[in-house]
Design a protein. Structure first.
Length: 156
């Protein structure tokens, strides 16, 4: 079982571009997923997929994700798609931020790739794994990553 990484993504940039990112990366119920911008091979996004929403019960989600976990790890930098421990539907945006969980890391590879798709946006990820005393502050813009020093305390 992986150590869960708590993440808070904050997006900055032109409002219309933030709105476009959110619209293109959530389904009709507002659930955020990595698969919309950077899908695994063979995945066809369906923004109205109600099974995907119901599938955010962890056990069912893990069964479906194991098939391409090697691809996820190599390309996204995390073993599975993001999920929420707080919302049974899944991670949902609140204005320009969303909180979500990932396995082992904050999905650096995903954000590097996605930041090239949305070059006018800046993606700031604050990540913490309590079990390993692991904290990261990362900023992604147009394919480049800036790692910020952690200065102590909670990242959110």
């Amino acid at each position: 079982m992986p150590d869960n990484c708590k993440n808070r993504l904050t997006i900055s940039g032109p409002d219309k571009d933030i709105e476009r990112f959110i619209k293109e990366n959530t389904n009709k119920n507002g659930v955020f997923s990595f698969k919309h911008s950077y899908p695994p091979p063979g995945y066809e996004p369906d923004l109205s997929d109600t099974d995907e929403i119901a599938g955010l019960v962890k056990d069912k989600l893990l069964d479906r994700k194991v098939i391409s976990s090697e691809w996820h790890t190599h390309n996204w930098g995390t073993k599975y798609d993001c999920w929420s421990d707080d919302d049974p539907l899944g991670p949902q945006f609140h204005d320009n931020y969303v909180e979500f969980m990932t396995a082992w890391s904050p999905a650096d590879g995903y954000w590097e790739k996605v930041s090239t798709i949305y070059p006018s946006l800046v993606f700031r990820v604050e990540a913490v794994m309590d079990t390993l005393e692991y904290y990261k502050l990362l900023t992604f813009r147009n394919g480049e990553t800036r790692r910020e020093p952690y200065k102590g305390g909670s990242v959110y």
